[in-house]
Ligand binder design. Sequence first.
Ligand SMILES: Cc1cc2nc3c(=O)[nH]c(=O)nc-3n(C[C@H](O)[C@H](O)[C@H](O)COP(=O)(O)O)c2cc1C
Length: 174
Amino acid sequence: MIELLRKRRSVRRFTADPVSAEHRAVLEEAALRSPSSRGLDPWQFVWVDDPELIGRLAKAKHHGAAFLGGATLAAVVCADESRSDTWVEDASIASILLQLAAQSLGLGSCWVQIRLRQRADGGSAEDYVRDQLGIPGGMRVESIIALGHPAEDPPGHGIGSLDRSKLHYNRFGA
Ligand SMILES: Cc1cc2nc3c(=O)[nH]c(=O)nc-3n(C[C@H](O)[C@H](O)[C@H](O)COP(=O)(O)O)c2cc1C
């Protein structure tokens, strides 16, 4: 795991090669193995591989989503907010586990934030994504994880770049 984390980076450029059925099955399993508060598992995952739909998702918000248009697979991470008051945490954990599982398969990925984000016209990115994919109201959309074979290979963050001033021992500031 630490080797995976040492190499971990967001990947925003992908080749046109599709994610294989075997790799997709692993990603699906990883998502469903995510821990959640009280084991309530409030998440739902919409897997999108239709290029036209992915193109529409890439327009979900003004900044930071356009690169999604080059992904061959998108995992839309939703959660039922009436099911758990920790749905944000649960959906976030599932999102990052999906990213790490993708990396372990040699795939690249990047998180696209949807919750609390707006479209250029001021509309909600969440409403737009729900409309595109027929996601029912009440089902919140936390993120879209862009997935695919990497067309870039950013180096992991060097050990010297880690900000150790964020670490505290027994007391904050110590
Ligand atoms: C909660 C969260 C939301 C993010 N949202 C976006 C996003 O909307 N668009 C994007 O391009 N990257 C997004 N990212 C990726 C971050 O920009 C990236 O993780 C950060 O710049 C550090 O780069 P690295 O992942 O390569 O270490 C998000 C990451 C997280 C954890």
